[in-house]
Ligand binder design. Structure first.
Ligand code: PFF
Ligand code: NA
Length: 436
């Protein structure tokens, strides 16, 4: 976001919604959700994920917005200031620091995957990935084995992200989301319809929604919870940083429900588009990160005008990734700016570090996997746990009541209860359960 909090005007709620939705909706929905659902056996995993969105994600998102709006600066300084105000240790500001690090680490693989999407824009136009399931699979493997190709696209994506953040026009990108989201939704509907007609839709639905909890490992539950944080951009201060734009009179609760609903619908539609194609084409649901890049091109290669639709679709995915990647480095840049660095220099430094990390993710699959695993499944839930404890237990109740704009009714009370007890205990139980 811009360097200083926006003045509270009639459109600041809209600005916030666009920026936060832009941050939330991204590769997590379209690329990651379907592939981890495939890897973790479907149904039961999806239900645990939805429960985590509801019981942990939504209350924590409300808490992040509150802290951001109350603190009015980057997450680290906001939390330290609010802690002091509540007579607690300013060491709480370290949670903001952990978040900046997590954002940078996510960027190190996110930018690589966004690079794959850029490659697919080009491949869609030129028909480069072929038109059979086999040739499309082979194309993806070729891309993965070409480090130079991946590096090229990763560099381009990281450079575009850096250019936008350096210029401080992130609010302008928020506006782009205005057009992006409805168009993306339209494409998802189109793909689901295609999967309904041409895919094995029944098999896809059974896979996504038939729940067999006996097969669900503690590890799978951890991944589901981690993804709830990842997909809503929680636990690292991205939404907190945007919270400064939130006007005092608007209800945080309704806004958060709208953002979470949008994010969830897009993820579920992505799954509903891909799994029927998986089963109709004898692909494996658990094939991993290539799932989107193998299933959707099958649809694009078979429909009339598929080259056009395919390239537009991957452009949309790339823009969705951009509005998310901006929020990955913005908190760090805002923090460095507050410490006296010029915005372009701060951006260049952070994007440079992320670029180097991306270089290693491309060359070593283990680095890619470790960055993804550690951030989503450990750092974000841990950050979310501390944010829940901070807003639920450290910030005075009157302060959160005032900030919530919820007038102290049952909505406010149930939110505070879930934030203080259910969310932290839930996170801890999932952590402990996965270690056993
Ligand atoms: N929420 C984004 C997605 O689903 O693609 C990823 C993300 C963005 C995670 C920003 C965390 C974040 F701070
Ligand atoms: Na998301």
């Amino acid at each position: 976001m811009a360097q200083s909090p926006a003045p509270i005007t009639w459109n600041s709620r809209l600005t916030f919604i666009l920026a936060a939705t832009g941050s939330a909706v991204g590769l997590g929905n379209i690329w990651k959700f379907p592939y981890i659902t495939g890897e973790n056996g479907g149904g039961a995993f999806v239900l645990v994920y939805l429960a985590c969105i509801l019981l942990i994600g939504i209350p924590v998102m409300i808490a992040e917005i509150m802290a951001g709006r109350a603190g009015r600066t980057d997450p680290a300084h906001s939390m330290a200031a609010l802690a002091r105000e509540s007579k607690a240790t300013p060491a709480w500001g370290l949670i903001g620091g952990l978040g900046m690090l997590a954002g940078l680490m996510i960027m190190m693989f996110y930018s690589v995957v966004a690079g794959w999407a850029l490659d697919y824009v080009w491949q869609s136009i030129t028909g480069g990935y072929g038109d059979s399931a086999e040739s499309i699979e082979a194309h993806f493997n070729t891309l993965l084995s070409s480090d130079s190709q991946q590096l090229l696209w990763h560099t381009l994506f990281a450079a575009i992200t850096a250019a936008v953040v350096a210029a401080g026009v992130t609010r302008g990108i928020g506006r782009a989301v205005d057009i992006l989201m409805p168009t993306l939704l339209l494409f998802m509907v189109m793909l689901v319809v295609y999967a309904f007609v041409k895919g094995d839709f029944a098999a896809g639905m059974h896979f996504m929604f038939d729940a067999d909890f006996s097969k669900l490992s503690g590890e799978a539950i951890l991944v589901a919870m981690g993804h709830a944080f990842f997909t809503l951009s929680l636990g690292m201060g991205a939404i907190m940083a945007y919270g400064a734009y939130f006007p005092g009179h608007a209800s945080i609760g309704k806004t958060v429900l709208a953002i979470a609903a949008m994010d969830t619908v897009i993820a579920l539609m992505a799954g509903a588009a891909m799994f029927p194609l998986v089963f109709a084409n004898d692909l494996t649901p658990g094939q991993g990160p290539g799932l989107m890049f193998v299933t959707l091109p099958i649809a694009f290669s078979q429909i009339e005008g598929g080259a056009f639709f395919g390239s537009i679709f991957f452009i949309l995915v790339s823009i969705a990734a951009l509005s998310s990647s901006i929020s990955l480095i913005e908190p760090g840049v805002a923090w460095m700016e507050k410490r006296g660095l010029k915005r372009p220099i701060a951006t260049l430094m952070l994007a440079g570090v992320a670029w180097v990390g991306g270089y290693f993710s491309i060359h070593y699959g283990a680095v890619f996997n470790a960055l993804d695993y550690i951030t989503a499944n450990i750092m974000l839930p841990l950050g979310g746990l501390f944010i829940a404890l901070f807003v639920g237990w450290v910030m005075p109740a009157q302060r959160t009541l005032y900030e919530s704009g919820m007038a102290g009714g049952p909505a406010y009370r149930s939110w505070r209860f879930v934030l203080r007890y259910i969310a932290p205990i839930g996170i801890l139980v999932v952590f402990i359960n996965s270690f056993l």
